[in-house]
Design a protein around this ligand. Structure first.
Ligand code: 1PR
Length: 587
């Protein structure tokens, strides 16, 4: 194939020859893989016009509007690059370097690409071996097809079918968290990864095969070995999220955007690892009596100082603390807007502002919770929970967390046995995927002498109750622990998993702020009952408590607040202790 020549059409730009792509594009001729296909007869040697910028610091982003790509935009800007958004297929063909962060589900993404004529443009762009980076679904769409609500046809550039992780193999699906990679090819964009972990969040994956072997640049082990990244010529794609993988992820983006950035000292080749246990810093946020948004922290959910003034405990500024915890090595940061159950969160603009600012400098996942429900404002304007969640996502959240509204939805579902599809949980997970929806449970321990005396699942507790009771059930609450509901944490967890939750944040009001350790009985009960990841929360007071919860339960992550805010235990100390005790963590 001849080199394509791209001619600028804008007044400010110059004619640019992309002849450097020509040799590698020879090797991409066979693309749009069809089994037993004849040699491909694709359009070539066309002259494209390009809005060539003299400025190399511009990247074209294919955001088809299906979800939150704010994190990626922030990461690109943080690295000093400007973004041009694709509006038409021609914009793809004009791009100098193209990033495609696939968001949402496979079928709707292919529909958008086909309907807007972008599928053809993307294939052409890639076949010409021009600089391309697909992320997450942006990798999967390059394959022949996916089983996600399918089979659904993909772009067909790489042989293989994208399938769902098999939870019958004892793994939790979605695959959420940090894994190290098995590097298969010496490629520059992975140069700084070595043994570091990168962040994944997905339920579907492409598998290695003889037909796609030459594409694979790294694999990852989760149940099976799946494809973590591909590379051929200038075409790259990664299943993980570089924009959420801390410094090492930023280096992947930097090396793609600026291939001339040079070789660093090459790290040892990575080895696939187990999924690392996550350490999460949580910021309970609310407005204090002066009207400032502050990070607070309760004792068993009571966040007021026990002084004459009775003021809200103030432990710092949300954006500053989030940035600090990112630097300290937190694997995720969660914001819980703890009074949003009574104040409408979209009226709470400072909270959205907090998210916007925090996401500019925090390159690990951000979760936000509080007040996600349908709402009618003072003027009678109705807001759906989906609108509330969308605003959170647009402002920089990667996941949203639902508390009270998930309790009502689960009660309803258990009563009727019918999934209406109308609850906030169902709607948000349908649109954004279940990996984006966390359910936060706020249970309180209720001791009983006889487990048969209650209709809820009980556990035999390690420490008997005040009257020697050997059993307890965990009563769910709403409105920040203010109201107990007729449903247990076990029943709730199983119901919300069926309704589409991707993860459970498991608090315990009895242990909150006590520093005496997590409620192992509760966390074991729930993490054994569901096959989605469970985040253990409430009660951490020392590094040993983290080791205990990971040794004795199937929790995927452990979250703490007070010990980090009061600077009693640094996040790094927690990780070093876990690592010394043989528990895999991201360092
Ligand atoms: O019901 O959807 O509006 O969501 C409200 C959210 O706010 C829920 O996730 C609920 O857990 C949270 N919330 C409401 N009130 C409080 C409160 O403290 N008064 N915070 C509250 C819950 C619990 C943890 C805490 C851990 C770790 N905070 O997230 O950070 O217990 O603390 P520790 O390490 O200091 O023990 P909706």
């Amino acid at each position: 194939m001849e080199a394509a020549t791209f001619t600028s059409t804008t007044a400010s730009s110059s004619t640019t020859s992309f002849s450097s792509f020509s040799s590698a594009s020879q090797s991409l001729r066979f693309l749009r893989y069809k089994p037993n296909a004849k040699p491909l007869n694709y359009k070539s040697s066309r002259t494209f016009s390009v809005r060539a910028s003299a400025d190399d610091s511009v990247v074209t982003l294919l955001d088809y509007g299906a979800g939150n790509v704010r994190s990626l935009r922030n990461a690109i800007k943080y690295l000093g690059f400007d973004i041009i958004d694709v509006q038409t297929p021609e914009d793809i063909l004009k791009a100098k370097q193209l990033i495609f962060p696939g968001v949402g589900a496979f079928a709707p993404a292919m529909d958008v690409l086909n309907n807007k004529g972008m599928a053809e443009a993307l294939c052409t762009y890639i076949e010409q071996d021009r600089p391309f980076l697909g992320i997450c679904l942006g990798l999967q769409l390059l394959f022949e097809s996916s089983e996600e609500n399918g089979p659904v046809k993909g772009l067909g550039l790489i042989p293989g079918v994208v399938g769902r992780f098999d939870s019958s193999k004892g793994i939790r699906v979605p695959h959420i968290g940090w894994n190290a990679l098995e590097i298969a090819k010496d490629i520059q964009i992975l140069d700084d990864i070595g043994k570091s972990h990168v962040y994944f969040v997905h339920s579907y994956r492409a598998m290695p095969s003889d037909q796609n072997r030459e594409w694979i640049s790294s694999t990852c082990n989760y149940g099976d070995n799946f494809i973590a990244s591909i590379q051929r010529g200038n075409v790259h794609a990664v299943q993980f999220h570089p924009e959420k993988s801390g410094d090492v992820g930023l280096s992947v983006l930097r090396r793609f955007l600026n291939p001339k950035s040079g070789k660093t000292q090459k790290l040892v080749q990575g080895n696939a690892s187990k999924l690392a246990k996550r350490v999460i810093a949580c910021l309970d946020v609310r407005t204090n009596d002066k009207g400032d948004l502050v990070v607070t922290k309760g004792d068993q959910y009571d966040v007021r100082e026990h002084t004459k003034e009775n003021e809200v405990r103030n432990l710092g500024k949300p954006v500053d603390l989030a940035g600090q915890y990112y630097k300290d090595g937190a694997d995720e940061v969660s914001f819980l807007n703890i009074t949003a159950f009574r104040d409408f969160p979209l009226g709470d603009l400072p909270m959205l502002q907090v998210l916007r600012y925090a996401s500019e400098n925090v390159f690990v996942p951000l979760t936000v919770g509080g007040g996600i429900r349908d709402f009618k404002d003072g003027n009678g304007r109705y807001y759906s929970s989906l609108e509330v969640a969308s605003e959170y996502f647009r402002s920089g959240a990667d996941k949203i967390s639902i508390g009270s509204d998930a309790v009502y939805a689960a009660e309803e579902y258990l009563k009727s046995g019918v999934k209406t599809g109308k609850s906030s949980l169902e709607q948000i997970s349908r649109v954004y995927g279940n990996q984006a929806v966390v359910v936060s449970i706020d249970p309180r321990r209720v001791y009983v002498k006889d487990p048969k005396a209650v209709e809820f699942k009980t556990v035999k507790v390690r420490n008997p109750g005040p009257n020697g009771e050997e059993y307890a059930w965990y009563q769910c609450t709403v409105s920040g622990g203010r109201e107990g509901r007729p449903i247990g944490a076990y029943e709730l967890a199983k119901a919300v998993e069926e309704l589409g939750a991707g993860e459970i944040l498991l608090n315990c009001i009895d242990c909150d702020g006590q520093g005496k350790g997590f409620d192992i009985d509760l966390i074991k009960l729930i993490s054994d009952a569901v096959s989605i990841p469970v985040i253990a929360s409430s009660g951490a007071g020392a590094v040993e408590h983290f080791t205990e919860v990971f040794r004795e339960t199937n929790a995927s992550a452990a979250l703490a607040a007070g010990i980090f805010h009061r600077k009693e235990v640094p996040i790094q100390a927690v990780k070093e202790h876990l690592s010394k005790e043989g528990i895999e963590v991201r360092m």
